[in-house]
Ligand binder design. Structure first.
Ligand code: F6R
Length: 248
């Protein structure tokens, strides 16, 4: 899997934002929508910052952009501090000219018996939008992509999952205690992610170095869902020096 190592996360994020901007502009010229698969968490924050800057200072328009977020806690209210709806509006959507009806984020407020059908519709919406042109991903300590925890199958689709204990511990501080972290989440599947035409897996800092080594150099296994990306024809791993330090 092609791996690019940058001096720092800032430089790396600019490069990713640049490729996203180019794709948006090329598609706009052809009168086509550009479909982006988006992640939350700390990793993509600088990419979003740069996209906002490109919108404000370099006339990058998001009129033709359609977005699908990877995941959302379940259950969660959209206005709660930790919701991914709130995160995406604060970091990106409130600052660009994307039409509201072109934004899709899994709904953490559904009645449980409606979730399965909702997930099937989410898959259909991605398909009818033309499929994801660029998917950006972070990686969890468990090797999850989206919230596809260890044990997720390669052909998994959007669904309700149970979060790994490690993932809930990692989220504890933002929820002010592990007991307040939701036990479940809705996530796009591994299969959903692998259908994207282009994928960027980003990771920063030495804390991610061990799992990056496994994801990039380990054998492909459901125990580390990020290893499935090795089989994608057009995925790239984007790292800073610290996240790359355990690669051989
Ligand atoms: C978030 C997501 C997760 C994160 C991962 C890394 O939408 O899908 O897979 O990308 O947990 O989180 P950070 O970036 O906070 O280290």
């Amino acid at each position: 899997i092609p791996t690019a190592i940058f001096d720092d996360s800032q430089t790396a994020s600019l490069a990713v934002a640049q490729e996203i901007a180019e794709t948006i502009r090329n598609k706009a010229k052809k009168g086509e929508p550009c479909v982006l698969g988006l992640a939350t968490g700390s990793t993509p924050v600088k990419v979003y910052e740069e996209l906002v800057r490109l919108h404000r200072e370099e006339e990058l328009s998001f009129q033709n952009v359609v977005t699908f977020n990877l995941d959302e806690y379940f259950p969660i209210e959209p206005d709660s501090l930790q919701s991914y709806v709130r995160f995406m509006h604060e970091h990106l959507f409130d600052h660009i000219n994307i039409p509201k009806d072109q934004i899709h984020i899994p709904d953490g407020t559904l009645d449980e018996e409606k979730v399965e059908q909702y997930c099937q519709q989410y898959e259909k919406k991605i398909k009818s939008a033309g499929g994801i042109d660029i998917q950006i991903l972070g990686i969890g300590k468990t090797g999850h992509i989206g919230f596809n925890e260890p044990g997720s199958r390669k052909d998994s689709k959007t669904r309700l999952i149970t979060l790994d204990k490690v993932t809930r511990t990692d989220a504890a501080s933002s929820f002010f205690g592990e007991e307040y972290v939701p036990r479940r989440a809705i996530t796009m599947g591994v299969g959903t992610i692998l259908k994207a035409k282009r994928i960027f897996l980003m990771a920063w800092g030495e804390g991610k170095a061990p799992i990056i080594r496994e994801a990039v150099e380990g054998e492909i296994t459901e125990t580390v869902p990020a290893t499935y990306l090795q089989e994608h024809p057009n995925a790239a791993v984007i790292l800073d020096e610290a996240a790359a330090e355990q690669l051989t």
